[in-house]
Design a protein around this ligand. Structure first.
Ligand SMILES: *Cc1c(COP(=O)(O)O)cnc(C)c1O
Length: 378
């Protein structure tokens, strides 16, 4: 079955009790039990809730996984996944990882004795070189945020397999429509569902997906024990968002390429980062592991003053953190998404004070370009 059909015909698209086309919001905390010591399928909503179960089923289906777990945020999904590890364990992480992931590893999990090394995974030999006797996992994002650097997933997973490591991919930027890391050999796929999966800038959510039964058991244990679950209202919104994921991504991609080409042709723009551009480093690897280039275009202007004037003049795109909504969102990674990294580290990665990131929305491409044009004239 193709992706678009799967995202509608999930197996939970008709309510068994009433025939309603959609999953009801089960706004409950607990479920009536049959008799002493015997409950029905559901017992307590931290452990499982029918609305959440329908969502988890859909996400697993779309990522070609067998188990999915919904959490109260992307960071809750990521942190709950790190709870699979313990004191003395070491994880190799891509150096331009999401700022919040960097923060939780260096400021929180470090306190519990979990060690992380941040390496440039665009060269997979750097991963192999960093592996120690206590290394348990590799953690990747590709294309990365905000410079859209490409890591060769197949090569990285081969290194992981050779050393018996769990491979984890944050697939937020691509979504399961454009990239399915489990098919390429990943063990766990994570999402900030706040972004494209939800798609409407109206919820905070995260998911973890796997097809490995042992890992699924452990993730299910953490989800229930730690308890950072997604509530039924947000599960409902996320189910709703998933139904239009494909058509949103198709539109974004067309528009983002047109905008990336437009920006590349502008003298006031120093550099454009978009995997759909012929000049993008790693583009060939990307096109072998993903079916598209996504909605995020990053670009650099020449100086911080021009950035300030540009941000002041831009009208259509919201100037905000986050991405993946129906509305275009412009952000400034240096002080927004990556503020939680030390400045010296941001600069090393190329996240400079002249870099802007645009998440292209569903507005007319021509209107967006006209807006960029007037904002660039300064
Ligand atoms: C936003 C984001 C996160 C964090 O997700 P929240 O839903 O904000 O907790 C993690 N990874 C990536 C790539 C993100 O863009």
């Amino acid at each position: 079955m193709e992706f678009s059909t799967k995202s509608i015909h999930t197996g939970y698209h008709k309510d068994k009790a009433t025939g309603a086309l959609g999953v009801p919001i089960y706004q409950v905390s607990t479920f009536d039990q049959e008799k002493l010591g015997k409950h029905k399928e559901y017992e307590y909503a931290r452990s499982s809730n029918p609305t959440r179960k329908a969502l988890e089923h859909s996400i697993a289906l779309l990522e070609n996984g067998t188990h999915a777990f919904a959490f109260s945020s992307g960071m809750a999904a990521i942190s709950s996944t790190f709870c699979l590890f313990g004191t003395g364990d070491h994880i190799v992480v891509c150096e331009d990882v999401y700022g919040g992931t960097y923060r939780v590893l260096t400021k929180l999990f470090s306190k519990f004795g979990i060690e992380a090394s941040f390496v440039d995974t665009t060269d997979t030999s750097n991963i192999a070189n960093e592996i120690k006797s206590n290394t348990k996992a590799i953690y990747l994002e590709t294309p990365s945020n905000p410079l859209l650097k490409i890591t060769d997933l197949r090569k990285a997973f081969a290194v992981a397999k050779e050393h018996n490591l769990i491979s984890i991919v944050d697939n937020t930027f691509m979504t399961p429509y454009l990239q399915r890391p489990l098919d390429l050999g990943a063990d766990i796929v994570l999402h900030s569902a706040t972004k494209f999966l939800g798609g409407h800038s109206d919820l905070i959510a995260g998911v973890a997906v796997t097809r490995n039964d042992t890992i699924a058991k452990r993730l299910g244990f953490v989800q229930n024990a730690f308890g950072a679950i997604l509530g039924p209202q947000d599960c409902y919104l996320l189910i709703r968002g998933l139904k239009t994921l494909k058509i949103r991504m198709d539109y974004y991609e067309q528009s983002a390429l047109t905008i990336a080409l437009y920006l590349s042709s502008q003298e006031s723009v120093k550099k454009v980062y978009y995997p759909g551009l012929n000049t993008h480093v790693g583009r060939d690897i990307h096109s072998e592991q993903a079916q598209g280039n996504g909605a995020v275009v990053s670009f650099e202007l020449y100086d911080a003053d021009s950035v300030e004037r540009f941000v002041k003049k831009i009208k259509l795109a919201a100037f905000a953190v986050s991405l993946g909504g129906v509305e275009s969102i412009l952000s400034y990674p240096f002080t927004m998404s990556h503020a939680s990294m030390p400045e010296i580290y941001r600069r090393k990665l190329g996240i400079s004070d002249t870099l802007l990131r645009l998440s292209v929305g569903l507005e007319s491409t021509q209107d967006l370009i006209a807006d960029l044009e007037q904002a660039l004239k300064n």
